[in-house]
Design a binder for this molecule. Structure first.
Ligand code: ADP
Ligand code: MG
Length: 700
């Protein structure tokens, strides 16, 4: 299907080979289509003027009207700048240019009124505008724009070829002049009607040049709907195909292991939520179809035991099972927990990580291959081709956000039919993200914490309260508890972070001297044996304080630790803070999380601290995190093609996403294979998108 929108970009009037090149290189705009979906990132309402007294640094683009009362050129020959002073009835601001000074000198007339468009910046306690757009107020080109004017993202390279936001605007105008009757609809008529969607051609016109807010809103809705609809259609179609055609193993019987464990060896009563999830999984694994399920649950909600019991179902039916964790420490801890729990069942368990080598590794691999080992705990080392299972039936992937889709796929190949897969997230994932990243998986949620957990108390301290903090730590240690002190570790400033950590260690060593106090320290630059030794000392209560970087973030379980101190807490993201906080509150004692920050905080950081102090609910924290950071920055999601969204924003467009998913579900229910005439356009569009985005999620 070759169409108008596939026309190479250099055919457009105003684009020669040179501009064509830079558009391709800088913005990956190769065709008319690529250009038309280069949407404005904001609009300026040309009918509104901001008063100079109302200028504020947080304002985006603002439009001013006034007279130039004075101009001057400052600086030496090669470093000149041109300053124009714009005055309205309420004040004066500086307009500054660092380029084109010669040309600007003498351009302005003191009797003329000018319209200025730009983003305010602050310099020496004064607002100014650097390289603003400026035109005489009576200029026609300003007045002809009756509605909202688009502002396009551009780059320095593009600007040097005349393609600043104005230049891009001209290209869009040239393109839109030609589109009448050329834009094929991508959604069936009945969908357009049912959801009151603008047609595609109109939507393109209005997204670039809306006459008013209402037109803009409708165009946005249509384009966002389309974008999210196709993602959901693809996900749901894959899910459907898999459900129909991917056979997997049937786990019918629940003995000897599952039932015995449940009746005789459970160390505690399962929560209702845990039981419900086990039932959900149980019904999947006896259906004959391959299970692909996401298990969400807050930190400490008890996902491990659930996954273990599901693995027992596999073992009961003669299959092997494995659980894969993102770090060695965590794999080891899982291994210990699980070995201990299943010891009375006489199940053979192995641990396989990257650091297990030589003879030992060979023998483990042999046992996995000949079914001597029933249950394997490991890291991504499990994915290697040398790991051959005799008969793998159930796979658990813990803390999924560290693994990619490709790794999920690699596990599928470990048996003649793909094994059942249970993916567990470390912290809750916001609904919209889950729907987009894991929309092809079924979902289970543990929405209940084990009983007798005391809510963790979270406090935000600035440095001035450090002495109080030390006093508090001493009190807790005197009560027999243990304390974590965590420092940030961010790759770019690893050296600095290590320095902070070591200084912190020195300070704490003085405050908490030997022999009364023992301190462990763990950081990324240590050998893994040393890390393990230190970790073990803390686990075994030989030390009272564990100083660490975020290596302890995920999964580690020391129920006696009751205080989590997070240094430079402002440098952590919300989900990471929540994950760290989840390291305490695991025993019966009241636990505390203390967020240490400097006094001066950005608005964003303040919101993070307030959110942490306000709630312990990981689902709520995750939603705020998404609102603050946007989906692109949330850990582990960057690689996902699902988030190359052109116009939708998963933080803001929950409602549209919901509607689009519902619409996609309705379409597939009506016509699972999309073979109806009216759905031909859907198939064509899916194919087209697949071509553009081949790596997206068919594997899961
Ligand atoms: P997560 O969901 O964060 O992986 P874990 O599986 O590590 O949580 O469980 C956290 C702690 O809660 C563990 O010490 C575990 O033994 C305990 N636990 C799990 N389920 C229950 C329950 N139903 N009753 C009491 N304690 C439980
Ligand atoms: Mg866990």
């Amino acid at each position: 299907m070759s169409s108008f929108l596939d026309t190479p970009i250099e055919f457009l009037k105003g684009i020669g080979p040179q501009r064509g090149d830079v558009l391709k290189k800088e913005l990956q705009i190769f065709t008319y289509y690529d250009l038309i979906v280069w949407y404005p990132f904001r609009y300026v309402d040309r009918s509104q003027f901001c008063l100079i007294k109302d200028i504020h640094i947080d304002l985006p683009y603002v439009q001013l009207k006034g007279k130039i009362i004075k101009t001057e050129t400052q600086g030496a020959a090669h470093n000149k700048r041109f300053i124009a002073y714009l005055k309205d009835d309420t004040g004066i601001v500086e307009l500054i240019w660092f380029r084109g000074v010669k040309w600007l000198e003498g351009k302005f007339n003191s009797n003329t009124e000018y319209v200025v468009l730009g983003k305010p910046t602050e310099y020496r306690n004064k607002y100014n505008f650097v390289h603003p757009d400026i035109e005489p107020a009576n200029n026609e080109s300003i007045r002809q724009q009756s509605g909202l004017e688009p502002v396009y993202p551009s780059t320095e390279k593009l600007k040097s070829k005349g393609l600043d936001t104005k230049g891009l605007l001209k290209l869009q105008q040239a393109l839109l002049l030609q589109i009448t009757g050329q834009i094929e609809e991508t959604l069936p008529l009945y969908i357009l009607n049912q959801y009151r969607l603008m047609d595609r051609e109109q939507a393109y016109r209005h997204i670039h040049f809306p006459e008013n807010m209402e037109e803009l809103r409708q165009a946005e809705f249509r384009l966002k709907f389309e974008e999210l609809f196709y993602i959901q259609l693809k996900l749901l179609k894959n899910k459907h195909i898999r459900r129909e055609s991917t056979q997997s193993f049937v786990f019918e019987t629940l003995s000897p292991y599952f039932n015995t464990f449940f009746k005789e060896h459970l160390p505690f009563e399962l929560t209702h939520a845990q039981k419900r999830v086990i039932r959900e999984i149980r019904s999947d694994v006896r259906s004959g179809k391959q299970m692909n399920r996401l298990l969400q649950g807050d930190v400490g909600s008890g996902k491990t035991i659930v996954s273990l019991m599901c693995m027992l179902m596999a073992l009961d039916n003669g299959f092997q099972a494995c659980i894969m964790a993102p770090t060695e420490i965590l794999a080891q801890q899982h291994f210990e927990t699980i070995s201990r729990l299943v010891a009375p069942l006489h199940i053979s368990c192995s641990l396989l990580t990257g650091s297990i080598k030589g003879k030992e590794r060979k023998s483990i691999l042999q046992n996995i291959a000949n079914n001597t080992t029933q249950l394997v705990v490991g890291t991504h080392a499990l994915l290697e081709e040398t790991v051959q299972f005799k008969n793998l039936g159930f796979v658990v992937i813990d803390e999924q956000h560290r693994f990619g889709v490709a790794q999920r796929a690699a596990l599928h190949k470990k048996n003649s039919k793909p094994p059942h897969v249970l993916v567990m997230s470390a912290t809750p994932i916001p609904r919209t993200l889950a729907m987009t990243l894991y929309g092809d998986l079924d979902t289970s949620v543990i929405d209940e914490l084990p009983p007798n957990r005391k809510a963790i108390q979270t406090l935000h301290y600035t440095d001035s309260k450090r002495l109080r903090l030390f006093g508090f730590m001493k009190e807790q240690i005197a009560l027999g508890r243990q304390v974590y002190v965590v420092y940030p570790l961010i790759e770019e400033s690893e050296k600095l972070d290590l320095k902070n950590l070591m200084e912190g260690y020195d300070a704490l060593s003085q405050e908490f001297p030997l022999p009364k106090y023992q301190i462990s320290i763990v950081h990324g630059k240590m050998k893994s044996e040393d890390k393990d030794t230190e970790m073990q000392r803390f686990v075994n209560c030989k030390t009272q304080i564990m100083i660490a970087t975020t290596v302890i973030e995920v999964g580690v379980n020391v129920p006696n630790a009751s205080v989590m101190v997070i240094e430079s807490a402002e440098r952590f993201g919300l989900s990471q803070l929540h994950q760290l906080r989840g390291r305490v509150g695991r025993g019966a004692e009241q636990s505390y999380c203390i967020l240490m920050t400097s006094y001066k905080l950005s608005q964003d950081a303040r919101t993070r601290m307030e959110t942490m102090c306000r709630t312990n609910d990981g689902f709520e924290v995750a939603e705020v995190d998404l609102q603050l950071r946007g989906p692109g920055d949330i850990e582990g999601t960057q690689q996902s093609g699902a988030l190359n969204l052109r116009i939708s924003n998963l933080a803001k467009d929950q409602q549209i996403l919901q509607t689009a998913r519902q619409a996609a579900g309705m379409v597939l229910e009506k016509d699972p294979n999309l073979s109806n005439e009216e759905h031909k356009i859907l198939v064509a569009q899916l194919l087209r998108e697949n071509k553009n985005n081949t790596n997206w999620g068919r594997v899961a």
